[in-house]
Design a protein around this ligand. Structure first.
Ligand code: G3I
Length: 376
């Protein structure tokens, strides 16, 4: 028996060492791989939470001519002073998370509901903020009267032109940029989505939308916006070809919005994002990170580790935008974690934004501030 314990103990110790070495090597490989994609090593930002008060992100970003924005939900913007005070202090740009979507602006044909959108515009003007407006043409959030109707191509063109003329015309001179068309490229990156607008009008709905928007407000910058095409790849190649074609045909497009809904456990290559931003800039287009958020809940490690790594990613994106020739702004898709669509719509217990559920700055906030402060 004694001999068996001796032999068994040796086997157990050897197994323990083997497992420990395997875990250490895997962790090293992961961190190296992470680093190999250009994402810097995580650092401990937790100590920085005590650094108060800092100049606001809005103040720091202004020094570099960079817009720093947030997508806002109207309920807290109008009813929660903590939310609205934080928005006005920290951000220089506003985006309507939902208030300017087709379904909410024109719920019935020719019956427009502008109260919420007007309130957002009023808030922005009162706080000297710019507006990156979202969204004129999207295949989602379309009202029943529209999607259930049977329209000829000309009828649908007329409906879309009327929507754009009415909405863009109403806010002429008050909107810095519009998401004119959102998510028109299919997930596979093989072409355009076969969606409501393409089926009803044809692929030229995109050219038409940009031309109508430009006619309605010649001073607004007009963007194509999409997700999943931030780094080099099939979808971003398709987006590149789409916007290059628009430029080549003389269609008034001024920029591309990279939505940037990232996941910490599945990050694109930072180097490939930078290369994609560069090639879009080489077309003469501006680039904005339009819906930046970074989910962490499925990543490995403690919450502190995850939030530190999240901070590093936010900092790297900020540095990229500061150094890219035509990156004009970064907008986070939401203000604080409890209002994130990831919790509301995806029903995931996540923490993707710069402020936590108590509106307190997270490590990511301090990392963005440091990137802005330390950029020459
Ligand atoms: O306001 C109603 C509320 O009264 C109701 O009780 C509740 C339950 O049905 O729904 C609430 O409306 C929801 C709305 O978000 C406000 O929370 C809608 O159902 C829900 O569909 C809507 O989701 C939005 C989603 O777009 C679809 O429009 C998200 O907030 C918004 O963050 C998300 O944003 C999109 C961008 O527009 C495009 N890029 C991707 C991004 C994330 O999906």
């Amino acid at each position: 028996m004694h001999q068996f314990i001796q032999q068994y103990r040796g086997f157990a110790i050897a197994s323990f060492i083997a497992v420990g070495v395997t875990v250490a090597l895997s962790l090293h490989w992961f961190l190296y791989q992470h680093h190999a994609d250009g994402w810097a090593q995580p650092v401990d930002w937790s100590a920085s939470t005590t650094q108060q008060p800092l100049p606001s992100l809005r103040t720091l970003a202004h020094e570099h001519g960079l817009a720093i924005g947030a997508a806002v939900a109207m309920e807290p913007l109008l009813n929660d002073p903590t939310y609205s005070t934080l928005v006005a202090r920290e951000f220089s740009s506003l985006s309507p998370e939902n208030a300017m979507k087709f379904e909410l602006l024109q719920p019935q044909r020719n019956q427009f509901q502008f109260a919420a959108a007007d309130a957002l515009v009023d808030f922005a003007q009162a706080h000297k903020m710019t507006i990156y407006a979202h969204v004129l043409v999207w295949y989602r959030r379309l009202p029943d009267w529209l999607v259930k109707g049977h329209w000829s191509r000309d009828e649908l063109k007329s409906i879309l032109k009327h929507h754009i003329d009415t909405v863009v015309g109403r806010y002429r001179g008050k909107i810095a940029a519009w998401d004119v068309v959102n998510e028109a490229v299919n997930m596979e990156g093989t072409g355009l989505r076969d969606d409501f607008w393409r089926q009803g009008i044809g692929p030229d709905y995109i050219d038409l939308a940009f031309e109508w928007a430009h006619a309605a407000d010649p001073d607004a910058k007009l963007f194509y916006n999409d997700f999943g095409g931030e780094a080099l790849g099939r979808k971003s190649d398709q987006i590149y070809q789409l916007v290059k074609g628009l430029r080549d045909r003389g269609v008034p497009i001024h920029g591309v919005g990279l939505q940037s809904h990232f996941k910490l456990w599945k990050l694109p290559s930072l180097k490939d994002i930078a290369a994609n931003v560069q090639r879009l800039s080489d077309l003469g287009l501006d680039v904005e990170f339009t819906e930046l958020d970074l989910r962490v809940h499925k990543a490995w490690g403690s919450q502190t580790d995850k939030l530190n790594r999240q901070a590093q990613v936010y900092q790297q994106i900020t540095n990229l935008c500061l150094t890219a020739p035509r990156c004009r702004g970064i907008t986070t898709w939401g203000v604080s974690d409890q209002w994130s669509w990831v919790r509301f719509v995806l029903q995931q217990p996540d923490a993707p934004l710069l402020f936590d559920q108590n509106y307190q700055p997270k490590p990511a906030y301090f990392a963005v501030a440091q990137a802005l402060r330390s950029h020459p």
